[in-house]
Design a protein around this ligand. Structure first.
Ligand SMILES: [Zn+2]
Length: 397
């Protein structure tokens, strides 16, 4: 079947829950829509499966699954791969898989003076991206710029499912409201109302790090039943606990703000105004400042010129992070802590993190918490695009 945008939108609309069926208010139609969403989520998770396996995993009748699969086949959103099992009694299993390029979503990340966007397929693979420098100081101007970008993306990719927009700071994702952003110097900005006026696609709004956490945990193959903590070190430091595929935001959307755990009382001043926060000691600017203090002119960029000084600073930074992680372990008891960080290439850093985290936490807790130091960094724009897909797969009604 040809890739006809109109046709694809006809199935995406129910997938997104902007329900034509709502007007009918029919129970069976809603049930079918939700079953369709569950099938899509399972297809995304498993990549290749069969009608029989879908029916078993989702406890649906084979007939229900077959009807949904026939529908998706007709829309050209999935394809059959041929028999995957012929030995078992009964009908052979025919492998089915999504055609990920048919279902795209976009993630637009705002950072201080930067907009970075990615368009991804249904398997979170990047299809296109760009980074634009801009002045982010004035909310009204930036939101107009974002609305224009969203319109351009919608025109260029008519089969987009939706757009996820991410910001640094305390964001209420339900209201699409920015409470406060230190990097952008914004306070109390209604993001959603302004953007909705100009963007016809579904949009979701969240904090950049929390979107990155969704992706980091989702792609790591970790058990969704356990809680996993993601910590991101960049210009600032943030984190999030992800459990059952959901980000835990807390009562006022600040759960996981590990960057402002105080690890050196009376230490250097943080962007939040207090002293000794993890962010003031281990973020990119903080480490570069430490390197320069040890040896004028030294930075992470030219670290090879003074490896011993770099080792000393990395051991120090690792110690601070380890102290923060031990508190996270004891408070949240996650199964895994994923440390997404430029310093992971330093063995001294990773060792200091491990030693301090284990030394400061209860031995039993530490023994049951895996620390991951991935080499590849997570792009929050990818996480924002993923958040849109997950939103489209959520049950409605
Ligand atoms: Zn702080």
């Amino acid at each position: 079947m040809k890739n006809a945008p109109g046709l694809i939108h006809s199935i995406l609309t129910p997938l997104l829950g902007e329900s034509v069926m709502k007007t009918n208010g029919k129970g069976p139609a809603l049930l079918r829509l939700n079953n369709q969403k569950r099938v899509m989520a399972q297809l995304r998770k498993l990549r290749v499966t069969s009608r029989q396996d879908l029916a078993e995993a989702l406890t649906l009748s084979k007939n229900t699954v077959s009807l949904i699969i026939d529908d998706l086949l007709e829309q050209g959103l999935i394809e059959e791969l041929g028999p995957v099992s012929v030995a078992a009694a009964g009908r052979p299993k025919i492998g089915i898989t999504l055609r990920p390029e048919k279902l795209k979503s976009a993630g637009v990340m705002v950072e201080r003076n930067v907009i970075h966007w990615r368009v991804c397929d249904y398997f979170s693979q990047v299809l296109a991206e760009a980074t634009l420098r801009t002045d982010t100081r004035h909310p009204t101007r930036l939101l107009a710029e974002l609305a224009m970008l969203c319109r351009e993306l919608t025109e260029r990719y008519p089969d987009l499912l939706g757009i996820g927009l991410g910001f640094p700071g305390i964001v209420d994702p339900r209201r699409g409201w920015m409470h406060i952003s230190l990097p952008l110097e914004w306070q109390d900005v209604d993001l959603l109302t302004t953007l909705r006026k100009h963007v016809r696609l579904p949009i979701s709004i969240m904090n950049n790090v929390k979107a990155a956490a969704l992706l980091a945990v989702g792609q790591s193959g970790l058990s969704p039943e356990s809680g996993h903590f993601y910590l991101r070190i960049s210009e600032g430091i943030g984190g999030a606990l992800v459990q059952q595929g959901q980000v835990f935001t807390g009562h006022s959307w600040t759960a996981g703000e590990a960057g402002h755990l105080i690890v050196q009382p009376g230490g250097p001043r943080c962007s939040c105004g207090r002293r000794g926060c993890l962010e003031a000691l281990v973020s990119k600017p903080a480490v570069n400042q430490l390197l320069a203090q040890h040896q004028p002119g030294l930075s992470w960029q030219n670290r090879d010129s003074a490896p011993r000084v770099v080792d000393t600073v990395m051991a120090q930074a690792g110690g601070y992070l380890g102290a923060a992680l031990s508190q996270i372990m004891l408070l949240l008891n996650p199964a895994t802590i994923i440390i997404d960080c430029p310093w992971n290439v330093s063995e001294r850093f990773c060792k200091a993190v491990r030693d301090t985290a284990h030394g400061n936490a209860l031995a039993f807790t530490a023994a049951h918490t895996q620390l991951h130091f991935p080499e590849t960094r997570i792009d929050p724009a990818n996480g924002l695009a993923l958040a849109v897909l997950e939103q489209s797969e959520q049950r409605v009604g």
